[in-house]
Design a protein around this ligand. Sequence first.
Ligand code: MG
Length: 382
Amino acid sequence: MKITDLKTAIIRGVGPAVLVKVYSDEGIWGIGECYPSAPGNGIQNIVRHMKELLIGEDPRNVDMLYEKIKRAFLFTGAQAGAVVTALTGIESALWDLTAKSLGVPIYQMLGGKFRDKIRIYADCHAGRDESPEAYAEEAQRVVAMGYNAIKFDVDDIDNPDKLDRWNWSVTPKELEGMVKRVAAVREAVGPYIDIAIDMHGRYNIDAACKVAKEMEPFNLMWLEEPVPPENVDAMLKVKQSTSTPICAGENLYTRFGFRELLQKQAVDVIMPDVAHTGGLSEARKVANMAEVYYIPFAPHCVSSPIGMMAACHVCASVPNFLVLEFHGLRSPQWNDLIVGDKPLIQNGYITLPDKPGLGVELNDEVARRYVHTRMSTAYFDD
Ligand code: MG
């Protein structure tokens, strides 16, 4: 089997979803998604440059082709960011193509599955406003949909209680507001729903430690990115200061990007994004590295159903999977982007399909309507 072509589309999934289709001379094609860490058309252009390294190759040599592209881009950003994101879309498509050619689900090629359904947490973002009552109301609404784990943001750079949007501090009033919102959510959902709180890497060590300490009574599933992602020692200081579990990793790429974080055990939970950290193989390797430290794997995800299902195959294949993010509560088109049984998430879980490959098919008619025309008008016809 040989790769004959590669085509792309950018659709509105949650944010812009860059979709990559890889075609073979046997008439089988595979689809993958990557989530842009740069404008989607930038990623699309990098994917198109990578195409020449794939034509004529056997698509079933997924890891070798990943390495071939990565090495070719060694001096142009193959360590993190846009290049790895583009490579991720291709790698995921190669898995779909290979699994389809062998007539098995992708998870079967990753060593099989530990579970039949994947636990999902819903990213609620915020309430209709920043009041504790609005947060509580949103928490109850989402839990009523069947989720047993939810996430809220408590950082807001436009918060009037924040005296300076640049200095990474937390004011006492801002901190009080955060605590009241989280307390309201915990009160609203009771003790048995898992709650994650995201700080988006916008605080310094002192501020992060103060927030983490104040969160201790609420038994969080985790506090996410309390400090920016670049300084692992800073993350470790926050972790050592509190009994609140600390989670990070959505801004890290490849197993090499996770090495220091894991070696120093600077977090309690890792959250690689399967749609940009390097692909399915790479995400699985990161999960395996985390397992050595008994650290759970809880992928970040802002993908369309295509990227979300790719993440599900990885989550199925590792013992230390905890929970997978769903970010599409406010994207009404999300389920319509695919054909088949819907909604994809039922009672807070995605059941793994047993069809060959990814196991979900894009609804071309709907997806075409959601082409991200500001970035690119192409729909697999470039
Ligand atoms: Mg986050």
